[in-house]
Design a protein around this ligand. Sequence first.
Ligand SMILES: [Zn+2]
Ligand SMILES: [Zn+2]
Length: 137
Amino acid sequence: MDVNVKDYLISRGIRPSVQRLAVMTYILENRIHPTVDDIFSALNPNIPTLSKTTIYNTLDLLVERGAIIVLDIDAKFKRYDGDTSLHAHFMCDSCHSVSDLEIKDTIFIQSNIPVGFTVRDVQLLYKGSCHRCSTEN
Ligand SMILES: [Zn+2]
Ligand SMILES: [Zn+2]
């Protein structure tokens, strides 16, 4: 098991159980912004005791402690991201893949917040056709 992931969880005040380590490691190693179903299908063959409920509870805890972020960009499913830094996403209309986009101009993000408003979360979403789907047409 990856020692760094263990330390990462501990630094966030999360007890690193085998199941939590498995979920966190999967999210960090698979930068696909997975859904609960993605995580379940990937981990269940190796850890049959890992139920979907446990995954939901683990994800809630990881989000609450700031270890991962949850994306509301998909109307049907929540997606989870191990990259907690500010970045944008590109969601493909055809294959529904979600890619990371670097934000080059953070001034743009910080501007236009009226006095008295407190920002809790910023989600920047681009939609269209990914490079794979674009070349298929
Ligand atoms: Zn696509
Ligand atoms: Zn991302």
